[in-house]
Design a protein around this ligand. Structure first.
Ligand SMILES: [Fe+2]
Length: 382
């Protein structure tokens, strides 16, 4: 912080500058000097000047022009400028005001008048500086708080998404699906959504909501979910309930992601021709999110190895999807899927489950099944 105000005295006559110094220095001001307009502008850029005392009549750039140049720089918009002039012409005063000066002093300079005007203008400048400092601090505080708020929101979002992902993975562990099923199918769904023209917010929603599609399997008895044979008609009816159980778990949420999750859980087994379940919705009665996830889920299920279930090659699975256009699947969604086939293949390759993941998942299921056997012996089912 400066100890003394710095004044810039500009005059082509050295004796005038000496006079100003003689009046101002004893009053506690630092006085810098310039003998031309050009030198004044240069010193202004190099020093934290608080006020300019500017002679009007100078060779080269006169006081009016210097004033105009100073005001062109927004940083000096409020810097006090006093024009020192021998002129008493009203037109010159108007010219000075139009150029942007704040006050005038007439030659010969009166000491009392000079000090009074300098003090008054420095007080105004100090007030402006205070306001500017306060505004800068306020802006800096707001920027910091905004950054903190964004970080907190990002952390909360990341935490929510991780919880959803882990819950969905937990459901997968009960099922026969392979390691990266939810990763693959959710990325398929997001890619198809983007191809259909949905905005990025909707694409992100489907990316993070799609993993919840089979959440309801948590409520399906293991003897049905893990049955290594064809389900009886009754068992199949129970299995179909995973759509409603998932929707029930997710319903009535104020969070949009969970509402989309509910729609997906409820409708991902509906079919375009109305032959799906649980409600037999047809066509656009099925929410778009459900129609998109249907194709992503089926494609990945057909092409992923599952114990006790037939696996198709990618080409065979694509044929099945083509066959399902307009019956099982929304024709527009099928078209979008085929338009981005290269991307679909790349996603499949990127999230291919490794042998290690498969082995870990298998080992986990064996442990789970042993645990269930032991538990059911200790606590027979009622
Ligand atoms: Fe399902």
């Amino acid at each position: 912080m400066k100890s003394k105000p710095i004044l810039l005295a500009v005059d082509d006559q050295p004796q005038n500058i000496e006079l100003l110094e003689a009046f101002l220095v004893p009053q506690g001001y630092d006085v810098l000097c310039a003998c031309s307009g050009e030198e004044a502008l240069a010193k202004l850029g190099e020093n934290a000047i608080d006020l300019i005392l500017l002679d009007v009549m100078m060779p080269g750039m006169d006081g009016f022009e210097v004033t105009r140049r100073v005001r062109e720089n927004l940083s000096f918009r409020l810097l006090p400028i006093i024009l020192v002039t021998a002129l008493r012409d009203k037109d010159d005063h108007i010219k000075g005001i139009e150029a942007g000066c704040d006050d005038f002093l007439s030659k010969p300079i009166d000491r009392t008048e000079l000090l009074a005007r300098v003090r008054a203008l420095l007080k105004v400048k100090a007030y402006h500086d205070l306001l500017n400092d306060y505004q800068r601090k306020l802006e800096s505080d707001i920027a910091t708080r905004t950054q903190e708020l964004h970080q907190a929101l990002a952390d909360t979002k990341a935490a929510s998404l991780e919880i959803i992902h882990r819950l969905s993975t937990a459901t997968e562990c009960k099922d026969e699906t392979t390691g990266n099923h939810i990763c693959r199918m959710s990325h398929f769904a997001a890619a198809v959504a983007r191809q259909l023209g949905l905005d990025e917010a909707a694409v992100e929603l489907i990316l993070y909501a799609a993993p919840m599609h089979d959440l309801g399997k948590i409520g399906i008895p293991d003897r049905i979910l893990l049955k290594p044979a064809k389900l009886s008609p009754l068992e199949w009816e129970i299995m179909k309930k995973h759509t409603l159980i998932g929707a029930e778990i997710l319903k009535d949420s104020e969070i949009e992601l969970l509402r989309v999750g509910e729609a997906i859980a409820r409708t991902h087994h509906e079919k375009w021709d109305g032959s799906g379940y649980p409600a037999g919705l047809r066509g656009v009665e099925i929410p778009l999110y459900g129609r998109i996830v249907a194709i992503a889920d089926v494609f990945d299920a057909m092409t992923s190895a599952r114990p006790y279930k037939e696996t198709f090659s990618v080409e065979e699975a694509l044929d099945k999807i083509r066959e399902g256009r307009g019956s099982h699947f929304d024709p527009d969604v099928v078209d979008a899927f085929f338009e981005i086939l290269d991307e679909i293949r790349a996603i499949k390759q990127q999230y291919e489950s490794s042998e290690l993941q498969e082995a870990e998942m298998l080992a986990f299921r064996m442990l789970l099944s042993q645990y269930r056997e032991n538990t059911s012996q200790s606590f027979p089912a009622q």
